[in-house]
Design a protein around this ligand. Structure first.
Ligand code: MRU
Length: 369
């Protein structure tokens, strides 16, 4: 996607041909800064500290993290250490495990001398494939927006509500939930996006608003609690969100607060779609509530909010009474029964074992019924 007229992906190789450059998402939307990662440790820190975030981008960064490790030591011990280090960074997004398992499958059979080149090639392939998957999600989601537009009075925009950031910044390019919106906008379908601010880290207010604005998509930022009110008044035509892990049965983990949006959508007859590439499906589990690990993040994300002060520097200010206990679960699980459909790279399906197995018979093989 474009920033100030220049095309960017979220991750690329530096001019030296080996370091890995990412956009520092902790500085957006106020500063556009890039960081060059030179080791697996730096890649792990970037994931843990959310310099990069979003399930597909976490996987892509981890893959390059393995390549960085192989460049300095390609022994089997170093490979296992890098996989363990990167795998322990964030627990919920299954794209991380998927990418690391893929790297392991490719690298373990190779002689150490061949591993670094192979690791870079595989990480690059993961990134290129992610771009294609996300573009395809956009193409399969586009008809939903076209149909919604046809139901609106002439000239009125389709109002889409989204939570957190599942745009191009969360992937390598295009995004998942936002990909159909970009394609609709580019096709001349009038769209307007309600952007949940997404406390505690404000990925909606900071990142989704930033990238929609950069692409010229009309949008309005709302506080997290406004969505139900808007749905009751017919001001939301559909919800589209991303996901960090979808079970083989169609339960969906996404940013904390997604479940409440799904409940409100259900109560108001608003279609609730989840967009995802297949690496986000965890075929080993069925029951999202029981089996998806939910990341608990630092309390400081709740007690403080960050933004630029008058001096132009980014500062954190406290918003919680000193001494109060805080809790910070970063994701929640929306049961499949509340999901109208899953928008994938192969089409839209029901959020169910049958729906997913119908689109992905090759991947669903062997999954317990
Ligand atoms: O904690 P984050 O910012 O990594 O959470 C991101 C989300 O919840 C996204 O919706 C999800 O990863 C899908 S990104 C295409």
């Amino acid at each position: 996607m474009k920033i100030n007229g220049q095309h960017y992906r979220t991750i690329w190789l530096a001019q030296d041909g080996w370091r890995v450059v990412v956009i520092d998402q902790t500085r957006l939307p106020f500063r556009f800064e890039t960081v060059a990662l030179g080791s697996a440790e730096q890649a792990a820190d970037a994931i843990r500290n959310m310099v990069v975030r979003g399930a597909p981008l976490i996987g892509a960064t981890a893959a390059y993290g393995v390549a960085l490790a192989m460049r300095s030591d390609a022994s089997g011990t170093a490979l296992e250490a890098a996989l363990a280090l990167l795998g322990a960074t964030r627990p919920t997004a299954v794209n991380l495990r998927w990418a690391l398992e893929r790297m392991r499958r490719v690298l373990v059979p190779l002689a150490p001398a061949a591993r670094a080149d192979a690791a870079y090639a595989e990480a690059t392939a993961i990134c290129d494939e992610d771009v294609a998957l996300c573009r395809s999600i956009g193409e399969h989601g586009l008809p939903l927006l076209r149909e919604a537009a046809a139901r609106k009075p002439a000239g009125q925009p389709v109002n889409i509500l989204t939570h957190c950031n599942a745009g191009w910044i969360a992937t390598v390019d295009w995004g998942t939930a936002l990909a159909p919106i970009y394609l609709a906008h580019d096709a001349g379908i009038p769209v307007h996006v309600w952007v949940d601010e997404t406390r505690p880290r404000n990925q909606g207010a900071a990142l989704t608003a930033y990238e929609l604005g950069a692409h010229g998509v009309p949008h309005t930022v709302i506080v997290d609690n406004a969505g139900g009110h808007l749905m009751q008044r017919g001001q939301v035509d559909l919800v589209i969100v991303g996901t960090d892990r979808t079970t083989a049965h169609g339960d969906v983990a996404n940013k904390i607060g997604t479940y409440l949006k799904a409940l409100a959508a259900d109560d108001n007859g608003v279609p609730f779609y989840v967009a995802l590439p297949s690496p986000t499906i965890d075929w080993t589990i069925r029951d999202g509530l029981a089996d998806i690990p939910i990341e608990e993040r630092a309390g400081r994300e709740v007690t403080h909010v960050a933004g630029p002060a008058e001096d132009g520097e980014i500062h954190a200010v406290r918003v919680v009474a000193p001494g109060s206990a805080v809790a910070n679960p970063a994701f929640d699980v929306t049961p499949a029964r509340l999901v109208t459909g899953l928008i994938t790279e192969r089409g839209v399906c029901a959020a169910s074992s049958e729906g997913l197995a119908g689109l992905f018979p090759d991947l669903a093989r062997g999954v317990a019924a």
